[in-house]
Design a protein around this ligand. Sequence first.
Ligand code: BES
Ligand code: ZN
Ligand code: ZN
Length: 502
Amino acid sequence: MIETKLSFIKDVKNLKNPVVLFAFQNNGEASIQGFESSEPLKALATMVKLDGFKGNDGEVLLTRPKNDTPFERVFLVGLGKKEDFTLDTLRRACARALKACELLGLKEITLLAPKAGKAFAFDLEFQALGEGIFLGAYRFDRYKAKSSDHKGLIEKAHILLGDNSDSDLLEKAKAGLKRARIYSEATMLARNLINEPPSRMNPEQLAAEAKQLAKSGSITVTIHEKKELEKLGMGAILGVGVGGAVPPRLVEMIYKPSGKAKKIIALVGKGITFDSGGLSLKPAQSMETMKDDMSGAAAVAGVFQALAELKPNVEVRGYLAIAENMPGGRAQKPGDVLKAFNGKTIEVLNTDAEGRLVLADALSYASSKKPDVIIDIATLTGACVVALGHLVSAIMTNDKSLSEAIINAGEQAGERFWPLPLVKEYQQDVKSKIADLKNIGGRRGEAGTIIGGLFLQEFVTDIPWAHLDIAGPSWTDSDTPYCPTGGTGHPVRTLLRYLENL
Ligand code: BES
Ligand code: ZN
Ligand code: ZN
């Protein structure tokens, strides 16, 4: 993890070269940010050779001052138009700056914190800045023979504040960077769990990783193994797991604050360590990324790692519904009927709609403990990727204020959610002729994401509940500014922000 150092400009004797400066694009011209109170930097701003740099979002330019200044080189990084600025603009810009310095083989990066375009709280702004740096440095290269093909890795980030030593600003910046570190480490834990090859990160290993989190005194972790699942009557998770070589598990995690909890929040994560589709086998290409089908569970694990440090005043209960979905001589068959923890029976017509099955048990178990809120997180439907793509998750809920709180937290965290309706009239599509429910809807997969949500709703009692279908954003097919190809760790930061906003 990169070490960070915060200083006021006037306290800095020898600024490391080069220094990163951020600029908005204003009427087609770059407007360099953050200098207002700093004479040396104000002077520098007028001396920088812009070489056509306009300050557009995504633009990066390495340039030199025209005259002699303490700086040999300057990185200009564009923030785009001021009116379009969001906290995520800053995350992306910081990550780009970091990459640019890395390419030069630098070990340290120095950047001047920009003045935000809108009235964001300073601590949120510094958190976004820190997340851009920490997450921008993430890579998953433990399986490369030569551990890194990068020229250099940044070890230290110097972050410069304005000139007048404002102690309030310094405190907020410190608090923001501390949160950035915790949120980023939680995100990176989720990324690592997802990116690990699926035969390693199997149900046993994923449960063991969750168990690790009980190191902290405020967290307890219980692993319910196969025998226990049988005793509890969790026929759905058992049915999904029966084809796998490694049996399924339900992991139950509890974080308790030291004082009285304001609320009890349950987080339920889909943890299919590999989704082959089972006997309703997926085509080869669709399987390539199916190690990411445990992203919901990985996100919950990430959240718990952070809770131990953030210590919010809420009780959080995590449920990881873990299984591998495999074909084989013992695998469940289309037409089989399962009985879930709440007693409802399910006709399995497509073994590839397995997420809703493992969640059926986990959600009804979570509901039986009567928390104040339940949020489930699942890579549930390919239809969601079709509808919203890789940048937006779907959110479905029985409580509008809950979904609004999550969407709002997502905006602060740089993760996007869009509501889909739980259309009552479609509920009949998941009714079975021979059991209470069937695990797929109408023939052509119409409203597939909503059908998934309606099926899950059968397993929550009248507790405020939100279902996050993260099938798109859980994974990126290409390198993005602060996430390389692979698992993204979405929506760890949103969930943390939601819990901290309570
Ligand atoms: N894990 C998949 C959903 C998925 C697809 C996640 C693509 C990420 C990217 C899920 O278990 C699945 O296979 N769902 C089926 C449901 C269908 C059979 C009703 C799907 O989307 O095709
Ligand atoms: Zn599936
Ligand atoms: Zn799946």
